[in-house]
Design a protein around this ligand. Sequence first.
Ligand code: ADP
Ligand code: MG
Length: 316
Amino acid sequence: MSVVEVKALEKTFVRGFFRKRTAAVRGVSFEVERGEIFGFLGPNGAGKTTTIKMLMGLIHPTGGSAKVLGDPIGAVRAKRKIGYLPENPYFYDYLSALEFLHMVGRLFGLDAKTRERRANELLDRVGLSMAKSRSMRSYSKGMMQRVGLAQALMGDPELVVMDEPMSGLDPIGRKEVRDLLLELRDAGKTVFFCTHILADASMLCDRVGIIVKGELKDVGSLDSLLGGHVQHVEIHAQGEAALRTKLAPKVEELGGKLLDRGEGFGVELASTQQADAIVAAIIEGGGRIHELRPHTMTLEELFVRESGTKAEEMRS
Ligand SMILES: Nc1ncnc2c1ncn2[C@@H]1O[C@H](COP(=O)(O)OP(=O)(O)O)[C@@H](O)[C@H]1O
Ligand SMILES: [Mg+2]
């Protein structure tokens, strides 16, 4: 069963005296399956937060529809089973993290004993035990992000929805969040998160959706989106200068490239069949193969292809 079902969802913001229109989400459709980690990827301004806010019932769509845990968006019934981390979590910073989680636990209807146990477990899990009784006013952005993660899990949700969960964290913090999300999946939860950082997504996601300028460009498993596409094959070899001279026209005929590579040389070709022919020619000419490497597409390359956006924007 799909945990999230989004159908032709649209949001156009209308602002100000001149009623300026921004089509933030333009007819997006996708599904998130139970028990998977689904990454919603796109550069800044792509419409990720707007989509998530609609799913959380915080803003109304101007078109289309969506269901979360079987209920139309906004239905109260499902909400207790959803943990949500907003984009810029801002909490009552006069409270300590422990007090805040108690408050969240009360909203979820947990009894005092359960609240106390779960709040302490979660703060420990996100690495805040040492600071849990201190007012959150003194917390850094990364610590606030960790409180945000903990509060999203306070209700022991079936579905976790997180808007840029790695934001504000250093590489170690990001690794910790990735581990946390994997742990949630192993515990049978469904994780739906958005990010503009491709590296995090490629290490985590079972499936991804790529959103650019409000439109969904691609949805699927990383394997199906990236695998299979052997982009090119690289051969690294060594041999006499005469061998190189003999190979040059063959490589050119195949549309490949002959490259200098330290002690030896490299050949770049478009397919494994072409590589087989060149490998045979190298061996026949007395040369030696050091390496034969097929290159499949990376998430960055897919992203650049789908969006025309530079991958650099998706790295930090
Ligand atoms: N409340 C709003 N009013 C007007 N425009 C908005 C509002 N919220 C977002 N937008 C615009 O919608 C687009 C998508 O924004 P957003 O969903 O926040 O993108 P992302 O989360 O992918 O960075 C942007 O152009 C943004 O400026
Ligand atoms: Mg956003």
